[in-house]
Design a protein around this ligand. Structure first.
Ligand SMILES: [Fe+2]
Length: 185
């Protein structure tokens, strides 16, 4: 089972009129935004037609040139992991995402909260082993309950990602992969 699938939707995903310039010089790296201000009405309706109703809020992730995020899982409170997200990445084609397996010796860790109010669990590089790594750009399905990190290798350009979230408790990883299978590249 993979942790990442490139998607090809029959509709345009990201709106043309988005403006992230206000975030560029922020100290923050994750921002909560209104989903419908970032995805096109066609993309919203397309997801709904698949039974995937987007949450009202999505996240914008920023990685500056040569920055790497922490290795983390996306959590919902202390006991539930957020299983997956539909992400759209732009700004550079020189970034990748990696997924990791926590070592068997790692016990349950404390849940932390991002500046955007979302929960996560962080891992140190010596607490995990790498499973898979992909260059990422454009639209993709990503697994978020498995520890993951992002690196922007670009020397000059910011890496942006919109992360649309859905009530994923109804869709485990196998089910969402099956639902989106006709649109997996
Ligand atoms: Fe994440």
């Amino acid at each position: 089972m993979r942790y990442y699938y490139k998607l090809n939707f029959p509709v345009k995903f990201l709106r043309d009129d988005i403006d992230v310039s206000g975030y560029t010089n922020s100290k923050g790296r994750i921002f909560s935004v209104k989903t419908q201000e970032y995805i096109t009405p066609e993309a919203f309706n397309f997801l709904c037609s698949l039974g995937l109703i987007p949450n009202a809020h999505a996240y914008i992730f920023l990685r500056k040139p040569l920055e790497t995020s922490s290795i983390h899982t996306d959590d919902i409170g202390a006991y539930v992991k957020r299983i997956w997200a539909i992400n759209y990445t732009w700004g550079t084609d020189k970034s990748d995402m990696a997924w990791y397996k926590p070592l068997d010796t790692i016990k349950k860790k404390e849940v932390l909260v991002t500046t955007a109010g979302s929960d996560y669990t962080e891992y140190l590089t010596n607490e995990v082993e790498e499973l898979e790594r992909h260059m990422v750009n454009g639209l993709f399905l990503t697994r978020t309950d498995v520890p993951h990190s992002v690196t922007n290798y670009d020397l000059a350009n910011d890496r942006w990602s919109l992360s649309v979230r859905i009530l994923d408790i109804l869709y485990d990883w196998n089910r969402i992969v099956k639902t989106l299978d006709p649109f997996i590249e």
